[in-house]
Ligand binder design. Structure first.
Ligand code: NAG
Length: 303
């Protein structure tokens, strides 16, 4: 009898969890036709696994739901169907999560294509939640931590949890955008130089930056140098996201869906534009120790 009660309790808990997660993950998708290729981090895996990429699908445009109140803080990330992200709920339970499957159009949260690495899930989240954004949003990769896979996590043991636990939310609100990496290399002080002379063949991002720059920022003067610490993990405030109209984010995503650039390049174009999209100067390389102290609760650490 007791056993039965325990079983019933366990089943009930699972049911509740399923309902809760289904609800928190419910979003509207405005899928368009797609060409696919995976985020670099993600893609290597999927190629190894011999998964077939590329899908062309369309699904109806669903109106954005605003019935659930916006969260205080949320994590957004992309994943391949064979990647495990259960650590996010376990290790960062105070954060609402939005984890987009990039290679499975049947998943409840998915992107229209597997393109541009993490850029597609990030942009998809902003477009779909624009009218009901969380107050603070952390855009993360899906690896939990450790070396070498999470080498760019600037925190003890390269753990995402250690990074977010010490993130100063008030500072994110004040600053609008923070890069979650304080260590300058790679990225700072002068990574992307559109007019480098003489040009260097391997720098595919800077060779392909002028078009997106002009398109994204209404033809404003392209800067000689764009730089920020690498790797496209950052936190922003709702107010900062709202400083651009929804149309802008839709346009960025449309560009990503349509570009012929490979994922490595298109993903990296965004990697070096997020800070500009969110209001910072083209060169955004705060001093490391100042960053550890202001962005994170790590004032006692010296680089
Ligand atoms: C895709 O998602 C659906 C719905 O969650 C699931 O049933 C299916 O197994 C997934 N396919 C793959 C290849 O993971």
């Amino acid at each position: 009898m007791r056993r039965f009660h325990r079983l019933a309790a366990a089943l009930f808990t699972i049911l509740v969890l399923v309902l809760v997660f289904r609800d928190s993950d419910r979003i509207s998708t405005t899928s368009k036709s797609t060409i696919s290729a995976a985020p670099t981090d993600l893609r290597q895996k999927s190629e190894h696994d011999g998964e077939v990429e590329s899908s062309v699908t369309s699904s109806p445009v669903v109106p954005i739901t605003t019935s659930t109140p916006a969260a205080e803080k949320a994590i957004v990330m992309g994943k391949l169907s064979n990647e495990d992200t259960s650590w996010v709920h376990e290790e960062l339970p105070d954060w609402e999560t939005h984890i987009y499957m990039v290679d499975n159009q049947s998943a409840s949260l998915h992107t229209a294509a597997n393109k541009g690495r993490e850029a597609m899930p990030y942009l998809t989240f902003i477009v779909d939640h624009y009218r009901n954004l969380p107050k603070t949003i952390a855009f993360l990769h899906n690896h939990r931590g450790g070396f070498p896979e999470a080498w760019h996590n600037d925190a003890p043991d390269y753990l995402a949890k250690n990074m977010l636990d010490r993130l100063k939310i008030d500072y994110v609100q004040e600053s609008g955008y923070v890069n979650l990496r304080c260590i300058h290399i790679p990225g700072c002080p002068d990574e992307v130089q559109m007019f480098r002379n003489p040009p260097e063949g391997h720098r595919t991002v800077e060779h392909n930056m002028l078009g997106p720059w002009q398109l994204f920022f209404s033809n404003t003067e392209p800067p000689p140098v764009i730089a920020a610490p690498c790797c496209a993990q950052f936190a922003v405030s709702r107010n900062q996201v709202l400083k651009r109209p929804l149309d802008d984010y839709e346009m960025y995503r449309k560009w990503l869906l349509e570009t012929q650039l490979d994922d490595d390049t298109s993903g990296r174009v965004f990697e070096y534009l997020w800070h500009v999209i969110f209001g910072k100067e083209p060169v955004f390389c705060p001093d490391i120790e100042e960053c550890w102290c202001k962005v994170f609760d790590r004032c006692d650490e010296v680089a």
